[in-house]
Design a protein around this ligand. Structure first.
Ligand SMILES: O=C(O)C(=O)C[C@]1(C(=O)O)C=C[C@@H](O)C=C1
Length: 391
């Protein structure tokens, strides 16, 4: 007869082990902060992909001895290294910009508690401030106005989504603001159908949602033929209304994490058209930041060329000649000037970089307007892969 296993006892052992793991994670974090300090002294870049690869290979080997498979070990340590790089970057940025180092920050974002912008704001500042004073806004214009007028320190704005593309309204507002882009964050968007009470999909008559999630979940929503869609100002607004109504025939499109703040539960998970659904957010402030040279930086430019033939090509050729990588090109109409376009260009370079400064001054000869929207650390940490022969 096999030995009787007490579930509660085993769970207690797992909990204790997980607590020990947390202590080890914290110790590792403290060590990586010392690494950052030593890199400041030696002026070395934060990222060292060769070291990451050697570390991963040795951990995969050790993991195999312990019966852990290579993919499991790789994904755990890629996430630990990502955290380490982001923490080190945040530390260097605090040294380069001592005035942004404050315990409490105020942030304006779209919607209330639980909106994707709320989640992005909390994630971004989790390694930078002790406390966030939240300012939920009803529109993107309202967010910019709050920062411009000094009512808040920062504004968090979604700029593009992997499924529905660029957020035109935000691009258009950037044409007229004096604010600077000082940071970015990519937030996974995991749309679920949430309800306030226990129910089933066949009982749902109305779905509340914001326009962006509606576009991103169009395949799922188109299949729900008899369900009415109620457009809301934001995801948080939609969740608050559904929580208030407490009905078994009403659901809302939102994140499970955000829904928890309103006691909502997931009826259906992963309802977005694309499984890999991410939104990139930008953070704006009144004052531009300096990006430490050991950190990969992105610079955002905005320019117009009038209707001069070939002027945009000339600008892009300048970037090519200077060896500067362009990672985004977007165009938007200019209000009041039919058929003229405003171009938004993101390049992977630090504004302090001489080549970029030269490129901007040559580009100015081909444009009738050019402005730097901001220079900020690249927050996307591409994982270091291990050669398949090592797996
Ligand atoms: O060893 C370093 O240089 C570190 O910065 C630490 C670390 C890590 O967390 O292991 C993080 C970033 C580097 O790309 C390599 C490794």
């Amino acid at each position: 007869m096999s030995e009787k296993l007490d579930l509660n006892v085993i769970r207690q052992q797992i909990t204790e082990l997980d607590q020990e793991l947390l202590v080890l994670f914290a110790k590792r974090r403290a060590l990586t902060l010392n690494v950052a300090k030593s890199k400041v002294q030696q002026v070395r870049p934060i990222r060292d992909k060769q070291r990451e690869q050697e570390l991963l290979i040795s951990l995969i080997k050790r993991g195999k001895d312990l019966g852990l498979d290579a993919h499991y070990v790789t994904s755990i340590f890629q996430s630990i290294i990502e955290d380490s790089v982001l923490n080190q970057q945040a530390y260097l940025q605090s040294l380069a910009n001592p005035d942004i180092q404050v315990p409490t920050v105020s942030v304006a974002f779209l919607g209330d508690k639980g909106s994707y912008s709320y989640l992005a704001s909390h994630r971004y500042f989790s390694r930078r401030a002790e406390k966030i004073v939240e300012h939920g806004c009803q529109s993107f214009a309202d967010i910019l106005q709050q920062v411009e007028s000094g009512q808040v320190d920062y504004g968090m704005l979604p700029i593009e989504n992997t499924s529905s593309g660029s957020i035109n309204e935000v691009y258009d507002l950037l044409q007229h603001t004096n604010l600077s882009i000082v940071g970015e964050i990519t937030q996974p968007i995991e749309h679920c159908l949430l309800t306030a009470v226990n129910t089933s999909l066949d009982k749902i008559k109305t779905i509340y949602a914001h326009g962006q999630p509606i576009a991103q979940c169009s395949n799922f929503l188109d299949k729900q033929r008899d369900i009415r869609i109620e457009y809301c100002d934001s995801t948080a607004d939609a969740m608050a209304q559904v929580a208030e109504l407490q009905s078994d025939s009403i659901a809302v499109v939102g994140s499970e994490e955000g829904g928890h703040l309103y006691q909502l539960h997931a009826l259906e998970q992963s309802i977005a058209n694309q499984n890999e659904n991410h939104s990139r957010f930008i953070l704006v402030a009144r004052k531009a930041v300096d990006v430490a040279e050991q950190i990969p930086a992105k610079t955002a430019l905005i320019l117009s060329t009038g209707q001069k033939a070939g002027a945009l090509v000339e600008c892009l050729l300048v970037l090519k000649e200077k060896g500067i990588n362009m990672c985004k090109l977007e165009s938007r109409p200019i209000q009041g000037r039919p058929w003229e376009e405003m171009f938004y260009i993101d390049v992977e370079a630090n504004l302090k970089n001489f080549a970029l400064q030269e490129a901007i001054s040559v580009m100015a000869e081909h444009t009738n307007f050019i402005k730097v929207l901001g220079c900020y650390p690249i927050e996307h940490i591409s994982p270091t892969n291990v050669p398949s022969s090592e797996i």
